[in-house]
Write a protein that binds this ligand. Structure first.
Ligand code: PEP
Length: 302
């Protein structure tokens, strides 16, 4: 009895979220059939011949490493590894105190730098907060919005995630919007509905033009830091559905340009198969991004 009710409820919620995104009647669509073909990346240009999307791999350092010295050492390894990964965009998303020294360490490399969160007020009596103008002023190019750890541990909601995302975009920076279902939701079979809902709420009010500065990270919560990875087929199924939803909201031409990363225990052993999927355009990497050699192999995926 519960299963149809839950599915129906979530479906209705997802449908009611459709008005949030401008330009179109936004409806979570039925999943698009998984295309079992290679993404056909031309390693000469780094751009998929099929999609025109350039792969984007970001390392999310979370609350690591524990010293500045270790952060600089890790940044040096990433900097060196990136020289052989010319066909992919690479970023490290680091704790606030490391933004400036890590950026300095990465000077001369192609590695981009990002922040893991922001507070939506620009300045004032908000002890412990870090504003977007601060993040921008130290040269960060990317900001994570709605990582599941911020949602679960620090009270981020779809509404605050949306406010943060719009703040980032209004300032001309780029945002990675993280979405993903919990284990319970996965087991109930509502992963695509949950992702559709988080997508619709997270992108409320975001324009077609602004989508050029948005990447989506599909990160099933059950796969983050657990060693469990969604199979390439599961991830591809969700990714293609995300793209279909974006297509309904913004038009296919816009949707085809949006980079959709997969995140959840990505390792050197799993990256190649994941990246071979047509709608998996990159990875958001936690644990493995803290081990220089592992991240080096991941950004040099085959
Ligand atoms: C993440 O932090 O976004 C993540 C995917 O972590 P991990 O790779 O450790 O699962």
């Amino acid at each position: 009895m519960m299963r149809p009710l839950c599915l129906w409820t979530v479906a209705m919620l997802a449908a009611s979220a459709t008005a949030f995104i401008p330009h179109t009647a936004f409806r979570p669509s039925s999943p698009v059939a998984t295309r079992r073909c290679s993404r056909a990346v031309s390693r000469g240009t780094g751009v998929s011949m099929m999609s025109g999307r350039r792969p984007f791999i970001a390392g999310n350092w979370k609350e690591n490493p524990d010293t500045l010295e270790a952060a600089i050492d890790l940044a040096k390894v990433v900097s060196t590894a990136s020289s052989s990964a010319s066909n992919v965009d690479v970023a490290v998303v680091v704790p606030f105190p490391f933004l400036v020294p890590v950026k300095e360490t990465l000077k001369g490399s192609n590695v981009l730098i990002g922040a893991q969160d922001l507070y939506t007020e620009d300045k004032g009596a908000y002890t412990g907060a870090t504003s977007l103008p601060m993040i921008k002023s130290v040269g960060a190019q990317w900001v994570l919005c709605g990582h599941s750890e911020r949602r679960a541990l620090f009270g981020d909601t779809d509404e605050t995630v949306n406010a943060k995302l719009k703040k980032v975009l209004a300032a001309g920076l780029k945002a990675i919007l993280c979405i993903g279902e919990t284990k319970d939701e996965y087991e109930l079979g509502v992963n695509k509905l949950i992702c559709g809902l988080q997508l619709a709420k997270g992108l409320k009010g975001v324009t077609k033009e602004q989508m050029e500065n948005v990447a989506i990270a599909y990160e099933p919560v059950w796969a983050i830091g657990t060693g469990l990875t969604a199979t390439p087929e599961i991830a591809q199924d969700v990714h293609s559905n995300i793209r279909a939803i974006l297509g309904e909201a913004y038009g296919q031409a816009v949707a085809d340009k949006v980079v959709i990363q997969y995140g959840g225990s990505v390792t050197p052993e799993t990256v190649d198969e994941l990246m071979a999927m047509p709608d998996i355009d990159g990875a958001l990497v936690g644990g493995a991004s803290l081990v220089g050699e592992k991240f080096a192999r991941i950004i040099n995926f085959k």
